[in-house]
Design a protein around this ligand. Sequence first.
Ligand code: GDG
Length: 747
Amino acid sequence: MTQDARMDHVEHWMAIARHTPLGILCDLDGTLVPFASAPEEARPDHDAVSLIEDLAALPGVVVAIVSGRPAEWLERFFPTPSIRLVAEHGAMRRGAGAWENVLNLDPTPLAALAEELVTLAARHPGSVIERKGTTVALHYRNVRRGRRGELIVEAYGIIDRFLTRQPAYERLEGILVTEIRPASVKKSSAVPWMREIAGPGARLIAIGDDVTDEHMFQALAPQDESIVVRVTETRRTFARWELENPNEVRAVLRYIHAMRAGHSPPSTTLPREIAPPRSPQITFDHELLVVSNRLPDFRQVEGEEGLRRKNVGGLVSALEPALRARGGMWLGWSGRTVPDAESVANGVIDDGTAQFAWLDYKEAWYQNYYSGFCNGTLWPLFHSFPSRVSLSDKGWNAYREVHEVIADVASEHVGRRGMIWAHDYHLLLFAHVMRQKGHNGPIGHFLHIPFPSPDIFSMLPWAGEVLDALLDFDLLGFHTQGFVANFLACVSSLLPARVTDDVISHRGRFTHVTAMPIGILPATFQEPPEPAIVEEIEGLMRSLGESRLVLGVDRLDYTKGIPERLLAFGRLLEMFPDWRGKVSLIQISVPSRADVPLYAEQRATIESIVGRVNGEFGEAAWVPIRYLYRSYSKAQLSQLYRAASVGYVTPLRDGMNLVAKEYVAAQDPESPGVLLLSQFAGAAVEMREAILTNPHHTDGMARDLDRSLRIDLKERKARHAKLLASVQRSNAVTWAEGFLDALSACR
Ligand code: GDG
């Protein structure tokens, strides 16, 4: 800071400190009082209380403590009536001596929720339930890292049920705490209230550290000042100024007191201005940044103001508990493209449960990076379809360029020592570019698709560069030991690296390599469906008449082996004519990458096979194959899975295949169906009790399908019980937590 700027800064604060009327809104925990490991241990000490009392006694000054704490608790420490108190984020407030209940809610449902959460917390050491008048908070700061996900999943189940029935309440995420509170109150409500109390011409100073304080900062007017107490360097905020810790807050309050009381101002650290751009959105302490090509849970909503959350399941359900538990952020492409000549936008969405940072892509990136290098080069190469691999320098250059862009946005959201978890083949160079930008925190990568053998991988002209870049990650996760072995073989043959069982040393760095099969949240496939959902699926089932159902569900992709599966079904009807009229195949193909020519071709191939089989075997009252090129809700899928005698999951090659696990999770254990699974799906490694099949061998697959349809109830139950146990044991939460624990352990 230059001498002039320093003078301006001092004068600015002197003017505020002396302004009359002046209103001070100060948060307590983390702002005036340091954090303690349990909420009941953090109390305002004598120094803090007398400082606030002294300020409140000054003429022309109004002071409010604005806290999430209950009214009685605040009253105990700040009995002096001239101190204004805002409790429970604004639900209760004490004006000139008297408490006012801003809301009038029936306390019974909240009490029931609190009871349920207390029972849950009793099973999770370290978790604490804090009851306040109109709010309940679950603190999980002291729950062991690896155990937080499990707690959060269960807690959110309970909380979500409550919120559905009690729309007057909402959930608010703090730092390792989740709070359920009346929806209409926020700390922002304290701002106009204080302005009115302070009187005409008032300037306000708001000081806070938490995401709840951001609401207060947002509600301020241009003449007011906002000061954030930084938890880490990664925090983004609406505030204009920052202080390091509660000691600095107290020093500034003492400075204001001295300036007004006519004492000589103590030499003190004045708030530092936060360099713009400050966040246009509320975000908070990101211990963890997850990066994937796409934000999988967002879709652009036509005619509305942009992106909105839409629950379509998938990876987000696996990661969300970990994100919530760690106050994490997820960064990815918005799904929108802008013309190449325009600059790309990025921003943050906070939907109240997690933080999502998005960026738009230029049209050229979509063409050359996403459709080109990712889906035209890496996808077929990694799935061992060499004849479908397209290679171009343009694609490779775009791949590198987009990594740079994403890394720049990532650097805005995570501190240099923060933890980053990058996903999939779209981001193989991510650690490399982040290291170049100075990131030295742990970075992990999980590959959701297979890793090919060296003879296939070395088709890539940039094979050595990709491997070298991958070794800038601290941890590389794959679905199976087979993919790990392929990766290690590629490294050994293409790089001068030292390879042991699970650690590679290269350029003085160590990269850990591990097999960590992804799972699902099995209980979510057993939830009772809404009546409207039952009706649509029952209609579909009625159209099958007496036929037993064989079910295929996939994204429309050539790796999923849909034509091979349909041909084998036709072969079944040929080889085992008894099944004619008694069994139907429903194949659901979810539209995917429809603008890529290979995918459009695949669709035409499938439709022509369906036409052929139906033409050859169909009868007036029986359609052999129902082909549905559309998507269904998760609840509808669960119902279809449950109704199917055979889950027909036969990819030619697949990293894992979640449909196989979902099918098992959705079955009725008393009368389960049979999983017919390709031996080339990653899932086949864990799911040995499925009927394994070779999708390249049409006759063999037809025979395996026949066998699957004939298995008796006893064997079905025995196979299903074992499969279900494995699906439950190795689930989405254990996967995400396991990966993050392993990543922490790498350092
Ligand atoms: C990649 C890897 C790996 C399908 N239709 C609908 C729908 N789905 C859901 C399924 C399932 C998901 O999509 C598909 O997951 P897969 O695992 O089968 O396949 P990919 O999309 O290729 O995923 C794969 C996975 O990453 C995870 O690591 O297993 O190997 O290729 O969850 O239920 N969901 C909804 N409506 C549909 O119509 N809501």
